[in-house]
Design a protein around this ligand. Structure first.
Ligand code: PEP
Ligand code: MN
Length: 359
C-alpha cells in the first residue's frame, strides 16, 4: 500500500505524519522526488481501514497496489535509480545508462572455445560473457553442461578478457560450487519459482539475473524478485525471455509489453533475451532492436562462432558479425530515442487490473 503525500509538505508536517504511522507500529519507507513524496507501507498496513490513513494530515491519496511485493516496488521507488556495479569491471547496469550487452554460447563447450569466443564478443562490443555450465534441459537425455569444469573455463575466459561472467545455477549446491567463478548468477526460467534457491541467492553479495518463467505473470515475476530482496539481495536484473502462448511458429512469445510495463513499476535494470524469446536466429536481431526501443536496459544473447554446431540451442544462436551489428544498432536506437530517463512512475504502480483478460 502506498500513501501519496500532498505536495510541498514541511519537515514538521512530514515528521508529524511519520509519528502517527509509528504510533500504529507500521513499517514504512518514505521517498520523494522533485514533484511528490510518497510512503510505501509494509503489509501490516492492510489491516487498517482506509479512513485511518485519509485522516492523517498530509496524505493526498491511498493506493492499494494489489501487488504483494512491497520491497520490489517500494525499494525501487525509494531510489531514483538502482545501479548495479558488476565486480571487476566498469560495467554499471541501471535503467538509464547505455544498453549493456551480455553475449556468449548457450553452453560452455571447451576451454579453447569459450576463450576464443569471449575475445570475439568483446571486440564486437559486449560487456559481459554468458555461458551455461549447469544446463536445465527439458529432456534428461540432452547435454547437461560441463558443470564445474565449465565454471573454471569461464573463469579463465574472464581473466583473459577482463569481462565479468554470467552463468546459471539451479541449486544451493551449484551456487556453492560457482561462487568463486561467477560474477552474476542467472536464475533460469525454469527456476524462477525455486524459492529455496532464491532464498540462498538472497544471501549472496553478487548480482542476480532473474529470468521470468515462461508461465509467470508479471506479478509472480516480481514476487520472485521480492524473495531475493527480502533475503538481503537487491542487486537484481530482471530478464524477459518469452512466455508460452498458443503460437507454435516461435519457441516462445517475447513479451515486450512486460518490459514497457515493468519500466513503470520498478526501477531495476530490465533485460531482454531475444534468443530464448524467439528460438530463431533470424528473429534475434529485429527483436533485440525492438527490446531496446521499448526501454530494455540490456540484452542477453546466445552467440556461437559456428552457430549450427552449437551443442545446445543451435537454432537460435547467432554469429559474431550479427552480434556486432545488433550492438551497433542497439546503441544507435538508444541514442536516437533518447532513452535516458527511467520512466518509473509511482502512479502507474497503482493500476492493478485484477487479472482481467481483455482479448
Ligand atoms: C539459458 O539462458 O541458456 C536458458 C536456459 O535460459 P531460460 O532459463 O530462459 O530458458
Ligand atoms: Mn540456451
Amino acid at each position: 500500500m502506498f500513501l501519496i503525500l500532498q505536495k510541498h509538505l514541511s519537515q514538521v508536517q512530514l515528521e508529524n505524519l511519520c509519528n502517527i504511522l509509528q504510533g500504529q507500529n507500521l513499517t514504512f519507507e518514505y521517498s520523494a522526488n522533485s514533484s511528490y513524496g510518497h510512503i510505501s507501507l509494509g503489509s501490516e498496513a492492510e489491516t487498517l481501514p482506509e479512513h485511518f490513513f485519509m485522516q492523517v494530515p498530509g496524505v493526498e491519496k491511498i493506493i492499494r497496489t494489489g501487488y504483494r511485493c512491497p520491497l520490489a516496488i517500494g525499494k525501487a521507488s525509494s531510489h531514483i535509480e538502482i545501479a548495479i556495479a558488476i565486480a571487476k569491471s566498469k560495467v554499471t547496469l541501471s535503467p538509464s545508462t547505455k544498453p549493456v550487452i551480455i553475449a556468449g554460447p548457450c553452453s560452455v563447450e571447451s576451454e579453447e572455445h569459450i576463450i576464443n569466443l569471449a575475445q570475439k564478443i568483446q571486440e564486437a562490443g559486449a560487456s559481459l560473457l554468458r555461458g551455461g555450465a549447469f544446463k536445465p534441459r527439458t529432456s534428461p537425455y540432452d547435454f547437461q553442461g560441463l558443470g564445474i569444469t565449465a565454471l573454471k573455463y569461464l573463469h579463465l575466459a574472464s581473466i583473459e578478457t577482463g569481462m565479468p561472467v554470467v552463468s546459471e545455477v539451479m541449486s544451493a549446491k551449484q551456487l556453492e560450487m560457482a561462487i568463486d567463478y561467477i560474477d552474476v548468477f542467472q536464475v533460469g526460467a525454469r527456476n524462477m519459482y525455486n524459492y529455496e534457491l532464491l532464498k540462498e541467492l538472497g544471501k549472496v553479495n553478487k548480482p542476480v539475473l532473474l529470468k521470468r518463467s515462461f508461465s509467470a505473470t508479471i506479478e509472480e515475476f516480481l514476487q520472485s524478485a521480492e524473495y531475493l530482496i527480502s533475503c538481503g539481495n537487491a542487486q537484481i536484473i530482471l530478464c524477459e525471455r518469452g512466455i508460452r502462448t498458443f503460437e507454435t511458429q516461435t519457441r516462445n512469445t517475447l513479451d515486450l509489453n512486460a518490459v514497457a510495463l515493468l519500466r513503470t513499476v520498478v526501477n531495476m535494470p530490465i533485460f531482454v533475451d531475444p534468443s530464448h524469446g524467439t528460438g530463431n536466429s533470424k528473429l534475434v536481431q529485429p527483436m533485440s532492436q525492438a527490446a531496446i526501443a521499448c526501454g530494455a536496459s540490456g540484452l542477453i544473447i546466445e552467440v556461437h562462432e559456428k552457430p549450427s554446431e552449437s551443442i545446445s540451442d543451435a537454432a537460435q544462436a547467432i554469429d559474431v558479425n550479427t552480434l556486432k551489428d545488433i550492438i551497433k544498432k542497439s546503441f544507435a536506437i538508444w541514442a536516437t530515442l533518447n532513452i535516458k530517463e527511467s520512466i518509473f512512475d509511482v502512479n502507474q504502480v497503482l493500476t492493478h487490473t485484477n487479472s482481467t483478460v481483455v482479448v
